[in-house]
Design a protein around this ligand. Structure first.
Ligand SMILES: Cc1cc2nc3c(=O)[nH]c(=O)nc-3n(C[C@H](O)[C@H](O)[C@H](O)COP(=O)(O)O)c2cc1C
Length: 206
């Protein structure tokens, strides 16, 4: 009887706990009204986050859905993901990378992984790198459109970082950690850079 009551109340208790820790300014995909163009032009790297705030799991799942919507060579989708939300794990991950101290204040981190053998064999095999870049950018844009901050932390192709993160995540051989994406509620208000440079455009020929 006690167990049945607990099973019934557990989701409600989890929801109530999250209500107090999840700031209101996070949006679900349905609520995020930003156009793709606006998200692309206003995205910026965020490296400092409000501490102690949680990102609801459904929002993280929506962000991963955006990641998995990325194009991939021959539609091979060589990706999988580790999501870290526990403070101690985020701290340990920060210690495993030389430029990832922002993980100390982040609410979560997504680590896109590539299983290289899932990609197209032959001379197009290396396209998995572009596949994973598209995934990473989709995740950054999705997070930004929901009011979250994020930054692309490079892992592949720096051997020492690939080794350290693979060990940390206990990855099987052939699965490569591509990037780390710390996520959280921005601690401040940054300004996106205007990177448009007309001199880089060549019409018809270089
Ligand atoms: C492949 C790659 C690796 C990156 N690695 C790091 C990193 O290790 N640490 C970091 O703080 N930012 C990293 N960044 C983020 C860049 O520094 C950032 O995108 C750049 O300064 C432009 O700023 P913006 O994202 O605000 O437009 C990386 C970006 C890319 C694309």
């Amino acid at each position: 009887m006690k167990k049945a009551l607990f099973l019934l109340l557990a989701p409600l208790m989890a929801f109530a706990a999250c209500q107090s820790k999840c700031p209101e300014n996070v949006k679900t995909t349905q609520e995020a009204k930003m156009s793709a163009e606006e998200a692309i032009l206003t995205r910026l790297s965020v490296r400092s986050f409000k501490e102690g705030a949680e990102i609801p799991q459904n929002v993280l799942t929506d962000i991963l859905k955006a990641g998995m919507a990325a194009p991939s060579a021959m539609d091979r989708r060589p990706w999988s993901f580790v999501v870290i939300t526990q403070k101690e794990r985020l701290k340990a991950l920060a210690a495993a990378h030389p430029h990832a101290k922002m993980l100390l204040s982040a609410s979560a981190a997504i680590i896109p992984l590539a299983t290289v053998d899932l990609s197209q064999p032959g001379m197009e095999k290396a396209f998995w790198i572009q596949d994973m870049s598209a995934v990473t950018e989709n995740i950054l844009l999705s997070a930004h459109s929901k009011g979250l901050g994020a930054v692309w932390v490079g892992v592949y192709s720096v051997d020492e970082r690939v080794k350290a993160i693979s060990e940390f995540l206990e990855l099987p051989a052939g699965t490569v950690p591509f990037s780390i994406i710390p996520l959280g509620y921005p601690a401040g208000q940054g300004e996106p850079k205007d990177k448009f440079d007309e001199s880089r455009i060549h019409w018809e020929k270089f």
